[in-house]
Every structure is written in C-alpha cells, then in structure tokens.
Ligand binder design. Structure first.
Ligand code: C2E
Ligand code: MG
Ligand code: MG
Ligand code: MG
Length: 282
C-alpha cells in the first residue's frame, strides 16, 4: 500500500536501503490497523475536545480558551493528539477531523454563551493540510452560520511554516478571515523559521510563545532573552503575546516582567473536559 510505503520511507529517511525484517511487517500492520481505527473513530464519535483556559496573569481574568483534540479509543483509552494527528495528516483524515473540531468548538462556545457565561474567544488549531488544501474560508463561514457563533469569538491557530509554505494563498485566506472578524494566532512561535519581514504582511492578532522558551525561563538566560525578544516583536507588530506551557510561578513572574501578561499552562489550568470547564467558569 502506497501510504504504508510512504510512511516507512519517511520513518527511515530517504535513499536509505533497508533489509526486510519481521519488525517492519509488524509496524506496517500496526499502521494499517490504526488508520482503520481512525476512520472508524469519526463515524463512531470517538473524538472529544478538551478546553484549556487562557488567562491574564495579572488580573486572573479568563481571556480565551484553546480547544485541544483527544481520541477516546475503545480499547486503548484516551490518546493525545501527538499520537494520531501525524497519521491523520498523512492519510488526509485530518480534513474531516478538522471540520469536526471546528464545528464542535464553535457549537460549544455558542452553547456556553447561550447558558449565560461571559463570552470567550475559542482558539482552534488548524492543520497544514486543512490550511493549504481546503477552502477554509468557506468552511469557517458555513460553520459560523450553522452554529450561530459570532466570528470574533473564533480564533484560528496556525504555525509559521504554514504561512511561509504558500505565501499568496495564505495571505488571501487570512485576509478573508480577518475581514470576517475571525482572529488569527501564530502557534508555537519561535520554533519555526519564518521571515520576520513577511510576518508583518499578515493580518494577525496574537503570537503564542513556544513552550520550549517558557520551560527554560528560570535557568537559561538565553531563553529569557529569546522570550523577551518575542514579546517585543509581538508588541512592535501590534500583536498580543501569549505564553504557552506556564507551569511554575517563576515563569509567570518573569513573563510578566518581560511584558507578556497572557498565558495558558498547568499553573492556571490543564485542558479540561467540557463539564469541568463549566466548573472552572463558575
Ligand atoms: P499546541 O497547539 O501548541 O497546544 C498546546 C499543548 O501544550 C497541548 O498539548 C497542551 O495540553 C499542552 N500544554 C498546555 N499547558 C501546558 C503546560 O503547562 N505544560 C506542558 N508540559 N504542556 C502544556 P496537547 O493537547 O497534547 O496537543 C498537542 C498538539 O496537538 C497541539 O499543540 C496542537 O499542535 C495539536 N493539536 C491539538 N488539537 C488539535 C486539533 O484539533 N487540530 C490540529 N490540527 N492539531 C491539534
Ligand atoms: Mg495551539
Ligand atoms: Mg502551541
Ligand atoms: Mg506547542
């Protein structure tokens, strides 16, 4: 099967001849089984979203929430996105899965508003393939219409590499979304290699500082310098910086000193199931 071949070629590195081993067969089998499971997961409603609060570290106010996908596998239990999104990307299943995420996140946000909770912005992660190979503007327009969510309560998270891989297309997509009122965040900022001069041409709202810089804030002076530079860059581009992965008070304090007051991280809250998020709201 071509997909298995592609997967294996990618795993082994290009132009790298390998002798057949029984282990390869087992891996190919596991891959196919997982792909079949993944296909079934959509039909059988096995995906769930968890919601991680984004807070203002100074006032403690809730600023937004990020929707994070999980797969409730009937035998294997809760599977984190890192374990199946790469496969979903390779097989193209990420496109229907991504549609499901968008619909579910927007419907949930609308439901919270209808229940009388103060409105929050819901951030949704968009995959490379979803961004480059689908008509995201049409998809989002339709989703907002069917769920009745106002566009300013949806934020999409994309990465630097998505922006840079097809400049004209990305620009047109983001301009259309921004005109509609949808917000745009750059996820994992600093972990890719984006052209800063290009970055300024996109209609962006938030820059999310990658967790790798936050993690070392206390001990590595370089991390502090990088985080500080990203915060300044964000403000200079007219964007709000937000830090991801804040786990301890020291990181929070340094970020505040550096001028970044928004964050998400285990220090404030883990990603929560919908029912627990309601508790958090209360
Ligand atoms: P991300 O968008 O950068 O999401 C943040 C990740 O950091 C989440 O992992 C979250 O649980 C984790 N995190 C948050 N606070 C902390 C903390 O204080 N410490 C630590 N160690 N981790 C923290 P998760 O949920 O496993 O998601 C991993 C990645 O999977 C996400 O990274 C995102 O790239 C992707 N992903 C998640 N949901 C979706 C989705 O619906 N669609 C797509 N295309 N990708 C998704
Ligand atoms: Mg994200
Ligand atoms: Mg992130
Ligand atoms: Mg990240």
């Amino acid at each position: 099967c071509a997909e298995v071949a592609m997967y294996r070629a990618k795993e082994m590195g290009r132009n790298n001849y390998q002798f057949y081993t029984p282990d390869m067969n087992a891996r190919a089998h596991e891959f196919l089984e997982m792909e079949n499971d993944l296909r079934r997961a959509l039909d059988e409603d096995q995906f769930v979203l968890h919601y991680q609060p984004q807070v203002d570290m100074i006032t403690g106010q809730l600023m937004g929430v990020e929707a994070l996908l999980r797969w409730q596998h009937p035998q294997k239990g809760m599977i984190p996105p890192g374990d199946f999104i790469p496969l979903a990307e390779q097989t193209g299943l990420i496109i229907p899965i991504g549609d499901w995420v968008l619909r579910t996140a927007c419907a949930q946000n609308r439901a919270w508003q209808d229940a009388g909770h103060p409105p929050v912005t819901m951030a949704v992660n968009i995959s490379m393939r979803q961004f480059l190979q689908t008509d995201l503007v049409t998809e989002i327009t339709r989703t907002l219409e069917t769920t009745g969510l106002a566009p300013q309560f949806l934020e999409i998270e994309i990465t630097e590499s998505m922006l840079m891989s097809d400049f004209d297309n990305s620009l047109a997509t983001l301009q259309a979304l921004s005109r509609m009122g949808v917000r745009i965040a750059i996820d994992d900022f600093g972990s890719g290699f984006s052209s800063l001069s290009h970055l300024r041409l996109f209609p962006l709202h938030r820059l999310k500082i990658d967790r790798s810089f936050v993690r070392d804030l206390g001990d590595a002076p370089q991390s502090r310098a990088i985080a500080g530079s990203i915060v300044s860059l964000a403000w200079n581009l007219g964007l709000e910086p937000i830090a991801e992965g804040v786990e301890i008070e020291e990181q929070r304090d340094i970020l505040c000193e550096l001028g970044c007051r928004q964050a998400q991280g285990f220090l404030f809250a883990r990603p929560l199931a919908a029912a627990d998020f309601i508790e958090f709201l209360r």
